[in-house]
Design a protein around this ligand. Sequence first.
Ligand code: CA
Length: 314
Amino acid sequence: MPRSRFVIAHRGASGYLPEHTSEAKALAHAMEADFLEQDVVLTQDDIPVVLHDIHLDTVTDVATRFPGRQRDDGRFYVLDFTLDELSRLQVTERIDLKTGRAVYPNRFPAWSGEFRISTLRDELALIAGLNRSTGRSAGIYPELKLPAWHRGEGRDLAAAVLRELSAAGYRDASANVFVQCFDAAELRRLREELGCTLPLVQLIGENRWADARDDFERMCAADGLAELARTVQGIGPGLNRVIAAGGAATELTSRAHDAGLVVHPFTVRADALPAGFDSLDDLHAALFEAAGVDGVFTDFPDRTRQWLLGHARG
Ligand code: CA
């Protein structure tokens, strides 16, 4: 069976519109992404919302709208605000807190436009509506963000997300969804305790990351991948794990395929190419042709789709 080559819209068409806004998702859908990504965290009233961080201050005006509501570390946490409060926040293109400037300066202007936080439920309704009105069927790709941190705060993120997915019709292995997480224990819990039969993807980060809970190096070895394959259907590694500097493939993709896992690396960015790459075309070729990955997370779903259309497999 030929493998898929999926366009996964990373936080929506985030190269063009503020990440995770409904506008960014609608644009990604129009750009013919196969999957639209949702990062998910919980509100104070236990409602799953679509935001990349447990903090609000890099993508909203929370600091000016709710002064004094930060924790001792100076950060404003989604979990400390009700959905009603969150709905009053303006969402902006991502800001670097150290400089106060946009992380990607050539993207949508910071603090421009009227963008709002979406609940997971609203976003799933948007995608279902677009699937119906366009006749396309884009899938969804929710990520459980820091489930162990949520549990430390007395919350069960995975259970709340699974309830929303089930209510929206994503219930079994045939559903057009991948549920992703960096936390291997949480993915096993989904499978073994929570009765989740949805396709699962283990994200693979770097051991040096402050919130790393797993040995990602071990995961990438053949026995580590075989162990993952007992729980998940695929892996989502960083680009550097599937292509070396210079563009040659590493062994990870073929090793994962041998274990029966699909490979969806993150993240393709036209305005932040990995070291050693001069063009997005070269990066796409390295990923899809040299490494042979099964999909990529991309901030520019139109550019990835365009490349795939021009490079059909013989
Ligand atoms: Ca993500």
